[in-house]
Design a protein around this ligand. Structure first.
Ligand code: F6P
Length: 551
């Protein structure tokens, strides 16, 4: 496979990065067509990437890099169901879950699209029956409350989407998400729900994840304690998984199971049965619209050449900032309170996918790979961490995301929100020179000695790379398109870096060691011998905790 670092395109980009370059501000001054040239629309989203410090030569070199990495061929391999997740020998076909063009998708010679449609119909029917009150709890009360028990991809996607789509919630329904093995998470949730009206959805691709299995077992015990009988469990517990045997072993009837398949990665699974909590909370039609929005982005991604392809452009611009400008962190800044879980969702989607140091062929990655992803909704983040983005010593790139219309048009709230959304990007790009800072202070009537004292603190370097993503309104369709945009961006970056974006071996070591530590921890009131099997820091931590728990 191509080592992208050794290609002439990479060398050219290095050269362009080292050469003197106009400031971002100057790039705009010289080229009035810049914004029109460096923006595009697809699937209801508008992307403006013109505020990156990218010249036409750099953009051409980035396209050459995509070509050198054979991006279009790798994209074709994904859509064709080839096992591009080589370490796990799996296809990567989340796109098949939301294909409304009736295409066939083959995995090991089998067209999986029929199974996808059948499972989707099963979800539709289940959702309808719950909403119609045909399926009730054991007392005959409606199942108007859902507790989704899952973690990682079995939690973050559904939770993010349920929160994002709150204007579409079915009246009278509530959904809770329990992920942490910290018992407080489950206890707090159970304290807020009525067992007779609650449907527990145990969401786990593997049905082996410690946190989820522990929470599910405790929820089941609580249900029985609260008057449910063994025979009632079937009415209150369903499973979403790829692992039928483990579901059965856990005590959930496979008739109450919604399946998905090993070619759906956990962090790409909200489109599958894992989306059941979304469908129940917003209705199946809206869930389907979410899928359709993603499909619209898939169609764009599948067909558009890299120079006009929104996910590919976002990926290439990101590679420029990461590898050639040295931005080790990337902020996701939604100016929409309903998207408050988007940064957390994208942390998993991006960092678990592209936080890799070995290439797919096992060779070490010769360049930096996935950046640190973080973020908060605007304007809150402005009053928290933007300081560092504006004036810190590290370069940080950012995506600003906003709907032009609000679901809650109260007074001038949305105009103020949008003014901040736009002004922050402008400020990050243009910065403020010392001369400007001085002139402003003098105009405000400050004494010369104060101007001298404050001038260095009032300088903004500018040139902070930002992308703007604008949609008309946050709807199921635009949310679907937005998530798919990021999924494909992540795919493109992984393909160019030559890493496998679809495995996650990096989460294993901690899990194994936790399994070793667990039996060494004292139960409450239990005396344990001093720990000896670890490094001295780890032994001391175990002893410290055990002393407190023994007392
Ligand atoms: O530990 C990481 C991980 O495997 C994620 O990739 C996944 O989304 C999460 O755990 C949950 O896994 P599961 O759905 O199998 O419980």
């Amino acid at each position: 496979m191509t080592d992208v670092v050794k290609t002439p395109a990479w060398a050219r980009l290095e050269k362009l990065a080292a050469a003197p370059r106009p400031s971002a501000r100057a790039l705009f001054e010289r080229d009035p067509a810049r914004a029109a040239r460096m923006s595009l629309e697809a699937a209801g989203l508008y992307l403006d990437y013109s505020k990156n410090r990218i010249t036409p030569e750099i953009f051409d070199a980035l396209l050459a890099l995509a070509e050198a990495a054979d991006l279009e061929r790798v994209r074709g391999r994904m859509f064709a169901g080839e096992k591009i997740n080589a370490t796990e020998r799996r296809a990567v076909l989340h796109v098949a879950l939301r294909d409304f063009a009736m295409r066939a998708y083959h995995v090991d010679g089998e067209d999986v699209s029929k199974r996808v449609r059948a499972e989707r119909e099963k979800m539709r029917d289940f959702t309808r029956r719950v909403h119609a009150g045909e399926l009730t709890g054991h007392t005959g009360a409606p199942l108007d409350t859902v507790v989704n028990i899952g973690i990682g991809g079995s939690d973050l996607g559904p939770q993010m989407a349920v929160e994002a789509l709150s204007p579409y919630w079915v009246r009278g329904r509530r959904t809770f998400f329990v992920s942490n093995v910290d018992g407080q998470h489950l206890a707090d949730t159970l304290a807020a729900v009525d067992p007779a009206r609650t449907l527990f959805i145990v969401a786990s691709k593997t049905f082996a994840t410690q946190e989820t299995m522990t929470n599910a077992a405790s929820a089941r015990a609580w249900f029985l304690e609260k008057g449910g009988r063994e025979a009632d469990v079937a009415k209150h517990f369903v499973a979403l998984s790829t692992n039928e045997r483990a579901v059965r072993d856990f005590g959930i009837d496979p008739a109450n199971m919604f399946v998905f398949w090993d070619w759906v990665g956990g962090r790409y699974s909200l489109w599958s049965a894992i989306g059941l909590s979304i469908a129940l909370q917003v209705g199946f039609d809206n869930f389907e619209k979410l899928l359709k929005g993603a499909h619209a982005m898939d169609e764009h991604f599948r067909a558009a050449p890299p120079a006009k392809n929104m996910p590919a452009i976002l990926a290439l611009v990101g590679i420029w900032n990461r590898n050639f400008e040295g931005a080790a962190a990337h902020a996701v800044l939604p100016y929409d309170q309903h998207l408050h879980r988007l940064p957390a969702y994208l942390q998993q989607a991006d960092m678990e996918s592209n936080g890799k140091r070995a290439r797919a062929d096992g060779a070490p990655a010769g360049c930096a790979t996935g950046p640190v992803i973080f973020g908060e909704p605007g304007t809150n983040g402005q009053h928290a961490f933007y300081q560092l983005i504006h004036q810190g010593t590290d370069l940080i790139s950012a995506d600003f995301i906003a709907p032009a219309l609000s679901h809650a048009p109260i007074g001038d709230h949305h105009e103020k929100l949008l003014a901040n959304f736009i002004a922050q990007q402008e400020a990050l790009m243009i910065g403020r020179t010392e001369a400007e800072a001085r002139a402003e202070m003098l105009a405000q009537g400050l004494a010369q000695k104060d101007v001298d004292r404050l001038a260095p603190h009032k300088v903004f370097p500018g040139g902070r790379p930002v992308n703007a993503i604008v949609m008309e309104k946050l709807t199921p369709e635009t949310l679907g398109a937005l998530i798919a945009l990021y999924e494909h961006k992540i795919f493109c970056q992984g393909a160019i870096w030559g890493i496998n974006s679809f495995d996650q071996w990096g989460v294993e070591l901690g899990k194994t060691l936790a399994g070793r530590v667990l039996p060494e921890l004292a139960r409450l009131g239990e005396e344990k011998p001093a720990a000896a099997g670890h490094d001295v820091s780890t032994n001391a931590l175990i002893d410290r905790v055990n002393r407190i728990r023994a007392a």
